[in-house]
Each structure stands twice: as C-alpha cells, then as structure tokens.
Design a protein around this ligand. Structure first.
Ligand SMILES: [Zn+2]
Length: 306
C-alpha cells in the first residue's frame, strides 16, 4: 500500500531563507515544543503550531495514559479537538500506552513507519487510524518529516527530523531509545535548531546498579539506549543551533547533574526533561549559529622568552 500523505522528499537540510532572518516574522508560523514526560515510566511530547490566529497540536509518542494526557492538556489550555496527529517512534509500552487504541480521537491520524504498522494493528489500532510511511513525507503544509531507522531491540526505532517551511526553515530533531547514533542518524539530524536526544544512563551507575546482568546488557549492548557520553558525542556531531533537550534519563542509573556536565561549554542551551514534570514551551525557530566559546587563554610559562 503506498503511504498516504507522501510528499516528494524535502531538500535535505536545505535552509529555505537566508540565515539572517532569525525568528518568525509576524505572519509566519510559530512552533513550540514541550516534553510532557520522559523516562522508562512513560514518554510523550507536544508540538504546537500557531498560524494566522489559530493553533493546532501534534504528539510525539503516547507513553502516558489517556487520562494523564487529557489532564495535562487541560492544565496547559490545549483543546484536544485541535490534535492533528500523533507520531510514534516505536511501540514499547513506555512510548505507546496500551489503553490508547480505544481512546484515540477519531480524526487524528497516527503516523507509523511501515516496519511498526503490523505491530500497531496487533495492539488494536484500526487500519483507518494509521498513516503508514516509509520515506520523508509532508503533514499538512507546515511539517516536512524525515524519518531515520535506528537500532533498538528487535523492532528498531524511528528518529524524526521535522522541518518547518513556514517558520523560516526552522527544524526540530527527535531521537530516543537509540542503541547507537550511527552516521545516517547524525547526518539526518545535522544542524537542527532544537534537538531532543536521549541521555539514558551513566555507565558507572549502570554497572553498580542492582539490575540483572541481562538487563544491563540489553541497555548497553548496542540495541538499547544511549549513555550520557554517547549522547554528548552525538550532540557534538549534530551540532544543534539553539537548544538540546535531554530525553529519557534513567531514574535508577542516571543523575541530571551528571548528564548536564557533558554539555558544559557547548554553544547550545540545555534543557533536561523529566518523568514528573513537563518542560516549558520551547520555541523552535531559525537560530543563527552562535560562535563557539573562545578557548581559555593559554597560560604562558613564567619568564617566557618573547
Ligand atoms: Zn523507552
């Protein structure tokens, strides 16, 4: 079946306007991003699109219960009828809560990669609710979505690059539950304005934890999650222009202060998501590259000769 909503692939990483035009012009679309919760007990994020006086929303992952998301929406003043779609990175229970198939709003499509479509149907998602893709696609006129398959357990995970042609070409990258950050993923997310990336564990805390050996192996064995070090290295290569949002910190095997240390001195702003509390709305807008911080002055030896 050909995937609906398929569009000719967006020009990879192409900026559509001069980088001097920073921030949305008044008539342009304003996009913001918020992580409602992230961690092994449930993941969900929201993308808010405001345009010409109206607003609508997309969810990335549905790992929280329908009741929890309804409550969050109510507290944040989000009208559930304005939900225009849901992107699923994969179908583990912490990314797709099992109560959702019955609770899904009828009109909002669920975008799944074709490698996850059969699994979604087995979990009770109706065929008509699914929009299946296997390549870059456009959603409405506001989002150009480029998926990349990455290793995670047997079924793999999808990382998303979302380009916003009506927001001066701003972009968001979203990648969680990664066994590794391979070249294709780095290339796909390269230079996004806002990058949401998992920083799951501290290897020392993981090794010292009371977890059984098979679980440690699952997490660290190349098909599980990214460590703080791997996250920092991937972020260095991807080089987000404005902000890095750390996702999916393990409560047992990580500490936000430890994870943050790996990003000290970097040119991007840092936000750390959590399981308990939503982040603020983070703007996704075209950002001029900030100059890299100057290296510390070299200390001249005493009595140095000129
Ligand atoms: Zn997960």
């Amino acid at each position: 079946m050909p995937p609906p909503n398929r569009a000719s692939g967006p020009d990879k990483h192409a900026r559509r306007v001069s980088p001097k035009s920073v921030g949305p012009a008044p008539s342009e679309t304003e996009v913001s991003f918020c992580v409602l919760a992230s961690g092994s007990r449930g993941n969900a994020s929201v993308l808010r699109v405001r345009r010409s006086g109206s607003e609508y929303f997309y969810l990335i992952d549905l790992g929280l219960s329908p009741r929890r998301i309804r409550n969050d929406f109510q507290n944040m003043g989000i009208d559930q009828d304005k939900l225009r779609g849901v992107f699923l990175t994969h179908l583990d229970t912490d990314h797709f809560y099992r109560g959702w198939p019955q609770a899904l709003p009828g009109a909002a499509p669920i975008f799944v990669h074709e490698m996850h479509a059969e699994h979604a149907r087995r979990l009770g998602v109706l065929r008509r609710q699914l929009t299946i893709y296997d390549r870059p696609f456009r959603v409405g006129s506001a989002l150009d979505v480029t998926p990349t398959v990455a290793p995670h357990d047997q079924s793999g995970v999808i990382a998303l690059r979302i380009d916003l042609p009506h927001s001066a070409g701003a972009s968001l990258g979203f990648a969680t539950d990664l066994g590794g950050a391979e070249a294709e993923l780095i290339d796909s997310l390269s230079n996004v304005d806002v990058l949401a990336l998992e920083s799951n564990y501290c290897p020392t805390m993981q090794a010292a934890s009371a977890r059984p050996a098979f679980l440690k192996q699952r997490v660290m064995g190349g098909y599980g999650h990214l460590s703080n070090q791997q996250c920092a290295e991937a972020a260095r290569l991807i080089n987000p222009r404005d902000r890095l949002v750390l996702l999916h910190l393990s409560q047992e095997c990580n500490d936000p202060r430890v994870a943050a240390r790996f990003h000290a001195g970097r040119s991007y702003q840092l936000t750390i998501s959590s399981q308990q509390k939503a982040t603020t709305w983070l703007p996704v807008q075209l950002t001029e590259r900030k100059p890299a911080p100057a290296p510390p002055p070299r200390q001249l030896p005493l009595f140095a000769r000129p």
